[in-house]
Design a protein around this ligand. Structure first.
Ligand code: FRU
Length: 921
């Protein structure tokens, strides 16, 4: 790039005008002309100009003194001021001009004196013809012409100029040799034509005989001839001039025209002066005098000379034309060069800009690369940070998982503490002290359980796995029940605990369990911070309230205490997780109760507020919307679900009969229903066994797989199983049982530490009949087992009488069983008349072993397979008999009985009346 830059620059430089380069120095030459009105002088200047074509570094400035010596002095001084490098001067008069020329010369400025001279040698070169010799030649020519006898008129040039003096002298030096030659009139015409006329006129008037006129130049000679002709005396007189200029006005032509007899060539030396200037300025060797050749021109050679001079003039014209052309070309060239320079200048700018652009682009690229590197580094770092935070998150999650699992694990031992404790407390024969101890143990174990539950709820909220099961309840009744559970505590501590509402019933949609926890938390807090004999109140009102800038019908619940209250900085943060006010260790909670409470309220799309004053008390306000439009339909539960979940919580915990009574109703061992306990924890297993062994035959296994094997051996009436177990968990086991036609009728209770709704649903989806969360109360388990077995029994009893009406069993029988029975019935109907269609054929059609088929029929209908087949046929027979269209033996035949007496016997056994009686009735 720099290379192009440099090349462009050099190119422009080479095109710059020559004067800008040091090696072609310009010279300023001043030419001081005495006068320039006549052709001779103009010829001189033209010659100079022609010659200058060869010296382009010469600049020539001409000043015309107009025949005025003083003016000429001034002109020279002006030249000095201009700083000329060389002076050319043709002095008007020698004397007045000598000092100024000397001073120039003495300043070291070369001086070329041309044509007329000064009175000193203080010049560098003199150029001119020898005027004395011209005078001599003219004198000799006159003497010859006049053959040594005649009268002569001499018309001088300017008397103070050297040519005039020298020409006169030379002329007179010859004339004086001829005694018969007389100069009878000698006056100056001052080099001009008019001067010649004037002096000739005077001479003619004065003199009668004039033979020859010698004028110092052709102008004056012509003026004299004109005057003589005007006075008709020209024919008698010969005229001699000096200069011999070519051209129509020149002396040569006048000779040819017979106006002059002869003229003496006096070259101007203009071209020589320029050449000489070059030599001087280039320090070339020179001679001080450059004498130009002269020649006489008369009728003998005038034509030849004219030819030559005309040629010279033509050449000079051509030179001038060329010069003009060259000048034009130069101007053009200058113009083009200027354009080229400008273009190159532009090119240079473009190149320079391109270079700058290129450099900028390159540095931009470099910056970009750096930035990119930087970005990659940042990305890498971000990635690393992400990785670290991911790992941290994973570690946190792992810890939390561990923590949650640990919490789960706490619930099993808690079961083993709380269960026996409750059983013990239920005993009537405890002494007061033991009861007191057990009650304290019970309270604290429950407290521990609550804390664990809270921790697990917190995890669920964090993982957004906390679902709500919104049911429709009477809030007044709900709160009254909760209030009751705190009454005992209130009365013990002499706290005035009240519940006020102007409404007898408030219908509200809420999650029973969550609102229970909300109340429990807020009331526990109130009791914690209210001193004995204080006041705690609950009040409920129906109001209009703003939820997210929208007014809705709502319920306001206020829980107020006159306890210690809080200062504003605490109020602000009271719902923050882990936030604790109290520093007293006995009042220190987990710090998650209120945070959970708030989350639960928010799950209801409600709001919670607190007002408190230090030392005066605290009020919590809960606002819940009426109606259920603010809940997702998936969050709403059915009336049945509602009953189910509430019954589970409340009713079943109440034992139906006391233990003494239970013992009395015990069955002999072999008649007891069998329960298979599937649980990996030996303590829990034995706890379950202890809870159930009075009324049930217990078989114990440690995991789902063992359970499945055990079922094959002996089918239990019910299975109680844990969920989390090694080898095969409870859910898989349940699925296997419930999808096998041979076992799907066996009721399964899942018993687990996983208490979330999610697990509950999972368990039910697998077909579990019931679900009991750990820790469980032994009574709770007992009741549930009993109810399920009774339920089975009822179904069987019902079935025994309604086995053709399977639809009636809808809810209480598993879909698989229903399908099974339908298929059995269809097969019997299809083969109704076939007496060979027995149990074996039936089980074969069903792809079942005989044993399994027997067992299945028994489990559903409480009948043997043979009994079922026979009874079903009899049921069909009864229906046919009812129509009164066929005889008894025909009906027996139609229903596959080989003899009508056997048919009648069986019929009577089932219906207690004979077929005949049945028909008649
Ligand atoms: C021109 C001229 C010439 C003459 C010369 C003498 O001005 O008069 O005719 O030869 O000057 O200096």
């Amino acid at each position: 790039m720099q290379k192009y830059f440099l090349l462009t620059f050099l190119l422009i430089f080479s095109l710059l005008p020559a004067h800008s380069k040091n090696h072609e120095k310009k010279y300023l030459i001043g030419f001081s002309q005495c006068i320039s009105s006549d052709t001779w002088r103009q010829t001189m200047q033209a010659e100079m100009q022609n010659e200058l074509v060869l010296y382009p570094n010469f600049e020539l400035v001409i000043k015309d003194a107009n025949g005025n010596s003083q003016q000429q002095i001034q002109d020279v001084e002006d030249f000095l001021k201009m700083g000329i490098d060389l002076l050319i001067i043709s002095p008007n008069e020698s004397k007045p001009l000598t000092p100024v020329v000397q001073s120039v010369y003495q300043k070291g400025i070369p001086v070329i004196v041309i044509d007329r001279n000064i009175d000193s040698d203080d010049y560098t070169v003199y150029i001119g013809a020898n005027n004395y010799e011209i005078g001599l030649a003219a004198g000799q020519y006159a003497a010859n012409l006049l053959k040594g006898n005649g009268k002569i008129v001499e018309i001088w040039g300017l008397k103070g100029s050297t040519p005039a003096l020298s020409r006169h002298k030379g002329f007179m030096d010859v004339i004086s040799k001829y005694p018969d030659l007389q100069v009878i009139f000698s006056e100056t015409g001052e080099w001009e034509e008019e001067g010649g006329r004037k002096k000739m006129s005077e001479a003619l008037d004065l003199l009668e005989n004039i033979d020859l006129v010698f004028a110092h130049n052709d102008y004056m000679a012509l003026g004299a001839w004109q005057m003589a002709r005007e006075k008709n005396r020209a024919k008698d007189i010969s005229f001699l001039g000096v200069d011999g200029l070519p051209g129509i006005d020149g002396g040569v032509q006048q000779v040819i025209d017979h106006k002059l007899n002869a003229t003496f060539l006096y070259p101007t030396g203009g071209d020589k002066a320029i050449d000489m200037a070059w030599q001087i300025l280039n320090d070339e060797p020179i001679e001080k005098e450059m004498i130009l050749q002269t020649v006489v021109i008369d009728s003998s050679n005038a034509n030849v000379i004219k030819l030559q001079t005309d040629q010279i003039l033509t050449l000079q014209d051509k030179i001038q034309t060329f010069k003009t052309i060259i000048n034009e070309q130069l101007i053009k060239y200058e113009g083009q060069r200027t354009i080229l320079i400008i273009s190159l200048g532009f090119l240079f700018i473009v190149v320079a800009l391109s270079f700058l652009l290129f450099t900028a682009y390159r540095s931009k690229n470099i910056i970009n690369i750096k930035l990119e590197k930087h970005r990659t580094e940042i990305q890498k770092r971000n990635h690393e940070l992400l990785e670290v935070s991911k790992k941290l998150e994973e570690a946190t999650q792992a810890k939390l998982r561990f923590f949650t699992n640990l919490s789960h694990e706490f619930r099993t031992p808690l079961t083993l503490i709380l269960g026996p404790l409750e059983s013990t407390l239920a005993k009537k024969n405890l002494n007061k002290e033991d009861r007191h101890t057990f009650e304290r143990m019970n309270r604290n174990a429950n407290r521990l359980l609550r804390m664990i539950n809270q921790l697990m709820d917190m995890r669920k909220i964090d993982n957004e796995k906390m679902d709500v099961r919104i049911g429709h309840y009477d809030l007044i009744k709900f709160v009254a029940e909760i209030k009751e559970s705190f009454d005992e505590l209130a009365s013990k501590r002499n706290i005035n605990f009240s519940f006020r509402s102007n409404l007898s019933k408030v219908e509200l949609y809420f999650d029973f369990d969550k609102l229970d926890k909300i109340f429990f938390n807020l009331l526990s807090n109130a009791f914690k911070f209210t001193s004995d004999a204080g006041n705690i109140s609950i009040s409920i009102d129906e109001i209009s309230h703003q939820f997210d800038h929208q007014t809705s019908e709502a319920v306001e619940i206020e829980i107020r205490d006159n306890g210690r209250g809080m200062s504003p900085e605490h109020i602000e943060r009271i719902f923050d997780r882990f936030y604790q006010i109290e520093q007293e260790s006995n009042k220190l909670g987990t710090g998650i109760g209120l945070s959970l409470t708030k989350s639960f309220v928010e799950l209801h799309k409600g709001t919670i507020d607190v007002k408190s004053q230090k030392g005066k008390g605290t009020s919590f306000f809960i606002y819940l919307r009426k109606g259920h439009e603010h809940f997702d339909s998936s969050e709403l539960i059915t009336e049945t679900d509602q009953r189910h979940s509430n019954n589970n919580l409340l009713d079943e915990l109440v034992p139906t009969k006391d233990e003494k009574q239970e013992k009395e109703t015990q069955l002999p061992f072999e008649d007891k229903p069998s329960v298979l306990v599937v649980e990996d924890n030996a303590d829990v297993r034995s706890y379950i066994r202890e809870s159930l062994h009075l009324h049930y035959r217990i078989t114990e296994v440690e995991n789902g797989l063992d359970a499945l094997n055990s079922i094959k051996e002996e089918e239990p009436d019910l299975i109680v199983s844990d969920i989390m177990m090694p080898v095969m968990d409870g859910l898989e086991m349940t699925r296997k049982i419930k999808t096998d036609i041979n076992t799907c009728h066996i009721p399964v209770i899942l018993l687990t530490a996983k208490s979330s709704e999610q697990n509950r649903i999972e368990g039910i989806e697998e077909g579990a009949d019931s679900y009991i969360p750990k820790p469980f109360n032994s009574k709770h388990l007992e009741v549930r087992v009993k109810k399920l077995i009774e339920g089975r029994r009822n179904i069987r009893a019902f079935y025994k009488n309604n086995y053709t009406q399977i639809e009636k069993l809808d809810e209480q029988i598993s879909p698989l069983d229903k399908k099974f029975i339908r298929k059995v019935n269809d097969l019997i109907d299809l083969n109704l008349a076939d007496s060979n269609f027995k149990v074996e054929a039936l089980s074969e059609e069903l792809n079942m072993s005989r044993v399994h088929f027997y067992r299945k029929i028994k489990s559903i209908t409480d009948m043997t397979a043979t009994e079922y087949l026979r009874n079903y046929k009899l049921k069909r027979a009864a229906a046919i008999l009812m129509k009164n269209e066929f005889s008894i033996s025909e009906v027996a035949y139609q229903t596959g009985f080989t003899s009508s007496s056997y048919f009648s016997k069986c019929f009577k056994e089932l219906y207690t009346i004979t077929p005949q009686q049945y028909m008649n009735s």
